[in-house]
Design a protein. Structure first.
Length: 766
């Protein structure tokens, strides 16, 4: 084959993908006379030549690169680069002998327009470019890499030939390409927007309406993505295919078959492509393919069952067998007008059942288990293959239970226990989402009773010389599945995960339980302070102090009252408490106004006197030592410290020495200094805090992107998002989840252990 291909000029698409990379490696390593041009699209600031050079810099290409004298020398001699994309295929170079089309959307559930654009329209545009060069005296051999699963939802033996269907290619293509515009239009309907807005406002109204609006728009975009996948899947299944991927690949074959009427065309259909058996080395794989997520989930004890029959065939083929077959096809072009079809599969002559797959994967993890934290080895589920309906019932029941638990935890008062429950629920939720996605995705494949005949492929292999059979092996009947799964594939796909787990454990062992000390930069020296553009913004209640607005109200008001009056006041506030809690959940500014109405009739000067005389020690005793330490670190670093709180100003007086600026709620008073029950200005909560911070930073010359924010509540989300270094302090469950998703720092600043709570926040007044 090397002799037959010597001097040939081959264009490859998809060389940055798994199969394309393996094919390029095989051609460069074992077909020394072939010259390759790679169609590569630029990515970001890296052009096509740069991406190709980076590809050739990978370890598997090291021997051929070294033999050529370096990457640049190899590219100059054997690997040309054509910059372009299937979305806009450029003119192809003159003198091509063959084109191998490996590129395509390989996701099983692509958005429908993307599936059609890549697998159908991209194929058509490439074929048209080939036709521009085609010469009757020198026919270009076009090799199209498809998938065996273009057979769709058929059953039984599948021959190597055209797939029988009468789908109107042009009508389906026009429909598929139009879906994004239509679904985007639907997403802006009142029905969709009202539903998503109401959900967002329930979750985010405490932070502010713009935060809720942002969440609404994010949900709308996510709905568009889901709907594009859903309509593609439903259309595919309505016509007899498993999903949008196999549907669009089948229509892509129709484009190729039309071209084959006047050209040399071969169609290669691999089944499920997995890691290499031998070349470039045993277990070589790029990224996760079809089986890997399921193998890893099983090894972690997170895949309790699978909706397949134990005797159903799972048709797997090593990637080196696939590309070896492609090279053999390249060397054996068919006659014009007689397209050749080749299944590269294993199920017909060397079947692997789901039961065998399970037994071998379990045997591997029995010998090489994943660690489950400090609990030792992860517990492996026992698969009993109860059937798809039983697995669906189990998953649906788990999803309903999780939804109920999530609702309860989301409304639980903040505590370490609540956050730990939220963390575990989030972890379980991610597992359920994983199971739902993959069980829905692979359900059709797990139920497929297909046997792909590979008679043509076997005949091609047997036509090779003995030397080529060894050098370009693709007879899948020789694969020992126990050896492949236990000693080749599973070790390869688990190795990077084990390395990441070990690195994660090392980070956890070395992690500081609090915040790392601030760097020495920005320390004041004499009259010059460097780092003065950095600020640190602190919330008060729940962040610095283990207190809340109602409790602080009682601290002040009960000091003015006699014993019987205090009991009456406590009872009155207790009666109002449920309504105040509901108001706080709806809108924090309304809640604060409701509480501060209770100050009507009090003298502001008396409140300040009570705060100074009686509450200073009480407030400071509730102040977290970790918080004080952090504030002092910021001040030592020359940072501008700001307290921003919805509490009234008298309560902040004990903390004023710690801050460069205190922004607090101001009680409105009449001309006698008596509180009216109203505020002098709207309270700074939610988005108004972020707006104030931006204006304050502009006035003071502060850099918010380099600044810090500390808060405990989801209502403070805008405050934290306004700075470049947000820190969630003993957060409530919604903020805890947001912080984890966005990888924000989370700390636990406990109050002083010397403080105690009593029914009477004012303490003993005798």
């Amino acid at each position: 084959m090397a002799e037959r291909l010597s001097g040939r000029h081959v264009l490859l698409t998809g060389v940055t993908g798994f199969v394309g990379e393996a094919l390029l490696h095989l051609l460069l390593s074992d077909v020394p006379g072939v010259r390759v041009t790679a169609l590569v699209r630029p990515k970001g600031s890296t052009n096509a030549a740069g991406r190709t050079a980076a590809l050739l810099g990978k370890p598997i290409f090291a021997p051929v690169v070294e033999a050529a004298g370096g990457v640049e020398a190899l590219m100059a001699a054997r690997v040309g680069v054509l910059e372009g994309d299937l979305a806009d295929v450029p003119a192809l170079p003159e003198g091509l002998d063959a084109v191998v089309h490996c590129a395509g959307d390989v996701s099983f559930d692509p958005p429908v327009d993307e599936g059609f654009r890549t697998n159908v329209l991209g194929t058509r545009d490439l074929v048209r470019r080939i036709q521009e060069l085609d010469d009757p005296d020198r026919r270009i051999h076009y090799v199209h890499i498809s998938t065996a699963y273009v057979a769709g939802r058929r059953r039984g033996s599948i021959p190597e030939g055209t797939v029988d269907h009468d789908v109107d290619l042009e009508a389906e293509l026009a429909w598929g390409l139009a879906q994004r515009r239509q679904i985007e239009h639907q997403s802006r309907s009142a029905f969709v927007l009202e539903r998503e807005r109401r959900r967002a406002e329930r979750a985010h109204s405490r932070a502010g309406m713009l935060t809720a609006a942002s969440a609404t728009e994010a949900a709308r975009k996510e709905w568009v993505k889901r709907e594009l996948v859903r309509v593609g899947t439903e259309r595919a299944r309505s016509l007899g295919w498993t999903d949008c991927y196999t549907f669009t690949k089948a229509l892509g074959e129709r484009v190729v078959e039309a071209h084959a009427a006047t050209a040399r065309v071969s169609i290669v259909r691999p089944s499920i492509i997995e890691s290499a058996l031998v070349t470039p080395h045993p277990g070589w794989i790029e990224g996760f393919k079809m089986a890997e997520p399921l193998i890893l989930a099983y090894g972690r004890g997170e895949l309790p069952e699978f909706p397949a029959a134990a005797d159903t065939i799972v048709d797997i083929v090593p990637v080196d067998h696939v590309v070896a077959a492609v090279v053999a096809v390249l060397a054996s072009p068919p006659e014009v007008g007689a397209p050749a079809y080749f299944h590269v599969s294993s199920g017909d002559r060397n079947p692997l059942t789901f039961r065998q797959l399970y037994d071998n994967v379990r045997a591997y993890f029995d010998e090489h288990p994943f660690a489950a934290g400090d609990r030792g080895a992860a517990r492996l589920p026992d698969w009993r293959f109860p059937g798809a309906q039983s697995v669906e019932r189990l998953l649906s029941t788990s999803e309903r239970a999780h939804k109920v638990a999530d609702y309860v935890v989301g409304r639980t008062p903040r505590s370490d226990r609540a956050r730990e429950l939220a963390r575990k629920l989030d972890q379980q939720g991610r597992r359920l989402e994983f199971l739902r996605r993959y069980l829905d995705l692979y359900h059709e494949y797990a139920q497929a009773e297909l046997r792909f005949s590979d008679a043509h492929t076997l005949a091609l292999f047997e036509s090779l010389s003995p030397e080529d059979r060894e050098r370009f092996a693709f007879d899948t009947a020789v694969v020992d599945w126990a050896h492949y799964l236990r000693e080749v594939h599973c070790p390869a796909v688990t190795a990077p995960v084990r390395r990441m787990d070990e690195a994660r454990r090392a980070r956890k062992r070395n992690a500081d339980l609090g915040l790392r000390p601030l760097s020495g930069a920005g320390v004041s020296t004499g009259s010059t302070t460097t780092g003065s553009a950095v600020a640190a913004f602190f919330d008060m209640d729940g962040t610095l102090l283990s207190s809340n607005v109602i409790e602080t109200y009682l601290w002040l008001r009960l000091r003015e009252q006699s014993g019987s009056e205090r009991v009456t006041e406590l009872g009155r506030v207790a009666a109002r408490l449920p309504g105040l809690v509901r108001a706080e959940r709806r809108e924090r500014s309304a809640f604060l106004r409701a509480v501060y109405r209770e100050y009507a009739g009090a003298r502001l000067a008396d409140l300040e006197a009570v705060a100074d005389a009686h509450l200073t020690d009480h407030v400071l005793a509730r102040l977290s030592p970790d918080a004080v330490r952090r504030i002092r670190e910021h001040r030592a670093a020359g940072h501008h410290t700001v307290l921003i709180t919805g509490a009234i100003r008298p309560l902040t007086r004990p903390l004023a020495p710690l801050f460069d600026h205190v922004e607090a709620a101001e009680l409105a008073v009449d001309d006698r200094g008596v509180c009216t029950g109203y505020l002098a200005a709207s309270p700074l909560v939610g988005e108004s805090r972020a707006a104030w911070m931006r204006q304050y930073a502009a006035d003071q010359g502060l850099d918010l992107g380099s600044s810090y924010g500390y808060a405990d509540s989801h209502s403070d989300l805008p405050l934290l998002e306004a700075v470049g270094r947000p820190v969630a302090v003993r957060p409530d469950v919604p903020l805890f989840r947001h912080a984890r998703r966005h990888r924000w720092t989370i700390v636990d600043w406990a109050s002083s252990t010397s403080t105690t709570r009593t029914l009477n926040p004012a303490g003993d007044l005798s």
